[in-house]
Design a protein around this ligand. Structure first.
Ligand code: PLP
Length: 437
């Protein structure tokens, strides 16, 4: 048995892998990875696989980015962890201060979590308690978008609209309102993405006209609903959503867990609409994929409603690893890299190059809705059956590329460090995979 096969078998027996029907691993074992560098994952036999999805969108800059690795190593020798209740430390303070300067205006208060879903839980609980603390305890519901995804914990799943993940747990979830997704693929023939976004905003307005009194917050994934099939929308929706929430006195939660830190072309997706949410959720790429970390950034308005002599009016939510110093140092190194290595400018060149190279895919029969926002590309495959995603992923790994279609949607969301040769390798592999369908 090869070293790869041995580890895959031990893994299959010992690990209950995330988001996986374990029985499928009988036919298609997990892919063992020994190490990684840049955009490449390397197995136990030296085979290289291009990580075209940044390992679930966390790997922002490339694996083993020297600046990030050095920062974590340095921090390890100083302070590996200390609780953030009653104590504090430089990396968390510096990160909170820097994020407040970089994020849309007014988000001056950072609360730390670990994974993305824990940030969403924080944002939902904060919104609920905000209204309770301000004398409106009945204002506790949430409005979310159709086809939205915010994570797998029960609160996050309550505002998620993907049946496969949600249905089994429905009895455990809070029932909330759903409004139409501004996904431009759903526009009428002849309707522009911005026109369709405005039409969806009218539906949001109608929803809040009915329900604002009971609605604590609207939660949105700005510009791209990633897990829902890389559904992209026009920034007009966000502008209108901000206006409508203001008009109806409903908080706006922007979940930039997947799209923050330059993924959509600007540091934060909300910038493209010129809006600031009341609560901003960040995670995934924040540490460049080095360590788990999430942050919820809140405005003075929200924060002030908790600031009181009475303990129970405070936000009594915690995670043991909140604001872990190693993770905060990784995040600071990511911010340094973005600022000092011209990452966003380089991404614009990379995106232009990948778009030119992918022209053949865009115009191919059977490829629908080829789309791109910043460093995210996606298209839908006409006639893809229920086995399409698994089959495509398997063949992609054989071709040396990590791709995991979402249903019939093939996408790539590579680390920003992807070079021209690697982009060529990726596009050529996707073309061959489509040829051999
Ligand atoms: C928009 C969004 N929110 C929340 C989450 C949940 O993050 P995590 O998987 O780190 O809990 C995800 C994960 O894909 C996401 O895309």
């Amino acid at each position: 048995m090869s070293a790869n096969a041995k580890l895959a078998e031990r893994s299959r027996l010992a690990i209950w892998h995330p988001c996986t029907q374990m029985k499928h691993h009988e036919a298609l074992p997990p892919v063992p990875i020994r190490r990684a560098e840049g955009v490449w994952l390397i197995d136990f036999e030296g085979r290289r696989i291009l990580d075209a999805i940044g390992s679930w969108w966390v790997n922002l800059l490339g694996h083993g980015h020297p600046r990030v690795s050095a920062a974590v190593r340095d921090q390890l020798d100083k302070l590996e962890h200390v609780m953030l209740a009653g104590l504090t430390h430089e990396p968390a303070v510096e990160l909170a201060e820097r994020l407040s300067k970089l994020a849309p205006p007014g988000l001056g208060h950072c609360s730390f979590g670990s994974d993305g879903a824990s940030a969403v839980e924080i944002a939902l609980k904060m919104s609920h308690q905000y209204w309770r603390n301000t004398g409106r305890p009945q204002t506790s519901g949430f409005v979310a978008l159709e086809n939205g995804y915010h994570g797998e914990t029960l609160g996050a799943l309550s505002v998620t609209d993907i049946a496969l993940y949600r249905e089994c747990y429905a009895p455990l979830l809070q029932v909330g309102a759903r409004v139409p997704s501004p996904d431009w693929r759903l526009a009428q023939p002849g309707e522009t993405p911005s026109g369709y976004a405005s039409r969806c905003a009218l539906a949001l307005q109608a929803c809040l006209e009915r329900d604002a009194e009971r609605t604590a917050a609207l939660i949105v994934e700005p510009l791209v609903q990633c897990a829902g099939g890389m559904a992209m929308h026009h920034a007009e929706y966000l502008r209108r959503a901000r206006e409508i929430c203001d008009r109806h006195d409903v908080l706006l939660i922007a979940d930039e867990i997947a799209v923050g830190f330059g993924r959509t072309g600007t540091l934060f997706a909300c910038e493209q609409a010129g809006i600031a949410p009341d609560l901003l959720c960040l995670s995934k790429g924040i540490t460049g994929g080095a360590l788990p970390l999430s942050v919820v950034m809140a405005t003075d308005r929200v924060y002030d409603a908790f600031y009181d002599d009475r303990v129970e009016r405070g936000f009594l939510h915690s995670h043991s690893y909140s604001g872990n110093p190693l993770a905060c140092r990784a995040a600071l190194a990511v911010l340094d890299a973005i600022a000092e290595e011209g990452v966003l400018e380089r991404n614009r060149e990379t995106a232009a190059y990948l778009n030119r190279r992918a022209q053949g895919i865009r115009s191919r029969p059977g490829v629908l809705h080829f789309r791109n926002t910043g460093m995210i590309w996606a298209f839908d495959v006409d006639g893809a059956g229920p086995e399409f995603s698994r089959d495509f992923s398997r063949r992609a790994v054989d071709a040396g590329v990590l791709l995991r279609p979402l249903g019939s949607t093939v996408y790539w969301m590579p680390p920003y460090g992807i070079g021209r040769d690697e982009s060529d390798f990726l596009v050529d592999a996707v073309e061959r995979l489509l040829d051999s369908r």
